[in-house]
Design a protein around this ligand. Structure first.
Ligand SMILES: Nc1ncnc2c1ncn2[C@@H]1O[C@H](COP(=O)(O)OP(=O)(O)OP(=O)(O)O)[C@@H](O)[C@H]1O
Ligand SMILES: [Mg+2]
Length: 266
């Protein structure tokens, strides 16, 4: 049985057990008028091992939120804690997969996946077997020497995702990883991602426009509303979840609830 429980209280406040804690964050791009900031005083917590989706209209600030968490942007006000540490230097503390796959076109699949190892100056030889195991797992065996332009959209996304995992970070930020995929490929990627997440026990923050995807994959959903207000929905559907769930009455009811919230009908 699933039920939607909306609250803002639980998402706020610092917690020592959270892998990510955001407290009273405000942010505006420079040059913006006062009152037109993207975020005003938002707070949220993510617990280790959680799968949390972020949804919201185009332009509501989802990618900006990820850039702030990843340390590519700095908050105007407020704090971002990762693993209980209030760190000014967040760059490299999380695995970040940007909205575009950003594979380097002149590098092969294997060399794209090796990139985080090179950046962190770890020994490449020690990671070679881990990478070939990953390529196998991600259905990319035999494509080690292929270049990005030789891959399908879904394969490119898997390479970018494997590269994000190779950062070795506990917290993964995935910005619309399946946004450009057709529904059949997406369907396969969901089953694959659910299995992988259950195995790897990573914490995932996941941006999507797809409500079914958000409900199917997540423990909680953060809905970004106007002026950076956040609402939170708990998805209390037992795991393991399979994609057939989307036809169940509880699932459909939850989707409707979410749609009403998005369109301010509730
Ligand atoms: N570098 C920038 N300089 C100024 N404004 C920006 C910059 N990047 C984004 N914005 C603005 O900030 C707002 C939020 O952008 P953001 O990319 O975070 O939205 P989003 O929710 O990820 O949208 P989408 O769903 O289309 O990816 C938009 O109004 C956008 O125009
Ligand atoms: Mg975006």
């Amino acid at each position: 049985m699933c039920s939607g429980i909306w609250s803002t209280g639980e998402a706020s406040g610092l917690s020592s057990t959270s892998i990510l804690s955001i407290k009273n964050l405000s942010y505006a791009f420079s040059g913006e008028e006062i009152g037109k900031s993207i975020f005003q005083n938002i707070s949220m917590n993510v617990l280790p091992g959680e799968f949390v989706s972020v949804i919201g209209a185009s332009g509501s600030g989802k990618s900006t939120l990820f850039k702030l968490i990843a340390g590519l942007l700095e908050p105007d006000q407020g704090q971002i804690w990762i693993n209980g540490q209030k760190s000014g230097k967040r760059l490299g503390k999380v695995g970040y997969m940007p909205q575009k796959d950003l594979l380097l076109p002149w590098r092969t699949v294997a060399d794209n996946v090796m990139l985080p190892i090179e950046i962190s100056k770890e020994k490449k030889q020690e990671k070679t077997s881990e990478i070939s195991e990953g390529l196998n797992r991600f259905g990319l065996a035999g494509f080690e020497k292929a270049y990005p332009h030789e891959l399908s959209g879904g394969m490119k996304q898997r390479v970018a995702f494997l590269r994000t995992i190779m950062t070795g970070r506990e917290l993964l930020l995935l910005d619309e990883p399946f946004g450009a995929l057709d529904s059949m490929t997406k369907h396969n990627m969901h089953s694959w991602l659910l299995e992988l997440w259950e195995d790897l026990q990573k914490t995932v923050l996941f941006i999507t426009h797809d409500l079914e995807e958000a409900i199917l994959l997540s423990d909680r959903i953060f809905l970004l509303l106007d002026k950076g207000a956040i609402k939170e929905l708990k998805v209390e559907i037992p795991r393991p979840r399979r994609s057939e769930l989307i036809y169940q009455t509880e699932f459909i009811a939850m989707r409707k609830e979410l749609e009403m919230l998005i369109h301010n009908e509730k």
